[in-house]
Design a protein around this ligand. Structure first.
Ligand SMILES: Nc1ncnc2c1ncn2[C@@H]1O[C@H](COP(=O)(O)OP(=O)(O)OP(=O)(O)O)[C@@H](O)[C@H]1O
Ligand SMILES: Nc1ncnc2c1ncn2[C@@H]1O[C@H](COP(=O)(O)OP(=O)(O)OP(=O)(O)O)[C@@H](O)[C@H]1O
Ligand SMILES: [Mg+2]
Ligand SMILES: [Mg+2]
Lengths: 223, 223
């Protein structure tokens, strides 16, 4: 479902050039659950943003379900982001003056789906936040905000879930609950890619890709 | 150095009342290194903000070095926050259009200390960010932002370090480096309180306090 070929992404700050991705290649089959690991600054979030069609790349090729993403227009990219992909951001990216319930239902409203509010309430129940539905992000703990971000990513029942460190702010028990939701989604055949630093999260992934300095240094699934 | 007696903090959202802290009591001696654990939403950040003189409490008593914090005026509280305490926020709270170097030197500028810039550069070197000093927060990875927040908290060589989940976005190796810095600070006799979900961080703390639903349910140091 994902084919990345020699992806490159460069940033420029002052006179310096940062090769955030320095030639990343791998293929992910439909239904695989993959962990992406690597030290802080190794390029994981940069890669996830490209896979999620949230950011461009400077060189290489990205095929999503066989379609060359570089050839797509903004409308088509927006449709893919809202309908096909669920994305959990490392920094949550919740709307500030908006309740947890309204934050979670947003992807369904964009997709024109019915019963957005009921589904959002159900999703928040599944992540253990049914007593926090009307709280705004500033009225939630760090881990509660993280769970709202997870609920929002899962609500559209996405074909591809991309989760960038979805449990970093959670205790073990709450982490297990979130992992349980990911496994339930996975069992319906969805493809899941999780960036994580936590061994218990990597442990539930059949496949493991490790980045260092913008390159793949390990890939348990490579032929 | 810290005496908390029956601390209470209540939030109101709509018609509901949330007892974020529901009678928290403990004493921390000078030079102790304490881990605060508890599930997501159990009150850890709320407690840390009160200990850091960043937030008020609704009932109970907080003595910091024998001084009753409720009797202090805003100027004195500001001085304590900037000079005596180093605080690592769960959400980092970095200034946006400001380089890592400028973010880190800020506490020293507030305290009127000399050589703020040289010390900030040294601090960033210690957290592994010497090649990122001129980057703004939006030009840093999640774990790099977290390390800037740690550097800023440590730069004033604070008597009391309060760190709210300082390694949640870091891989194991980088976590160990940060823990090394905390242990170095601890060995000079400083008092350290760390909120964490990570066993390897709790493991370096001699004392452990566990919260649930705004109460202390476990305290390895209580008499
Ligand atoms: N401004 C607020 N208004 C209303 N409720 C709040 C507010 N801030 C926090 N809360 C609630 O108070 C409780 C404690 O929050 P706190 O941030 O202290 O939790 P925490 O233990 O730090 O959790 P985490 O591990 O997820 O960071 C949570 O249930 C949260 O929903
Ligand atoms: N907008 C930007 N401008 C300049 N450099 C950037 C920018 N965004 C990221 N970088 C740099 O690119 C590198 C990769 O960043 P990325 O966010 O992908 O790392 P990461 O693997 O997700 O790290 P972490 O585990 O800390 O979240 C980092 O060294 C970072 O400093
Ligand atoms: Mg990242
Ligand atoms: Mg917290």
């Amino acid at each position: 479902v994902i084919t990345a070929r020699d992806l490159r992404r460069t940033y420029h700050v002052g006179d310096s050039t940062i090769n955030a991705l320095d030639g990343v290649s791998f293929s992910i089959k439909p239904g695989e659950m993959t962990a992406i690991l690597g030290s802080s600054g190794s390029g994981k979030s940069t890669l996830m943003h490209i896979l999620g069609c949230l950011d461009r790349f400077d060189a290489g090729e990205y095929l999503l379900d066989g379609v060359n993403v570089a050839t797509l227009g903004e409308d088509e990219l927006a449709r893919i982001r809202n309908v096909k992909i669920g994305f959990v951001f490392q920094t949550f990216n919740l709307l500030p003056r908006t309740s947890a319930l309204e934050n979670v239902e947003l992807p369904l409203l964009y997709a024109g789906r019915r019963q957005a509010r009921e589904r959002a309430a159900e999703m928040l129940r599944l992540v253990g936040l049914e007593s926090r539905m009307d709280h705004e992000p500033s009225q939630l703990s760090g881990g509660q905000r993280q769970r709202v971000a997870v609920a929002r990513a899962l609500i559209g029942d996405p074909a591809l879930l991309l989760a960038d460190e979805p449990t970093g702010n959670l205790d073990t028990k709450t982490t297990d609950e979130i992992l349980g939701l990911f496994r339930t989604l996975h069992e319906t055949g969805r493809t899941i890619v999780v960036v994580t630093h936590e061994p218990e999260v990597a442990a539930v992934c059949a496949r493991r890709i490790v980045l260092r300095d913008g390159r793949v240094i390990e890939d348990s699934g490579s032929p």
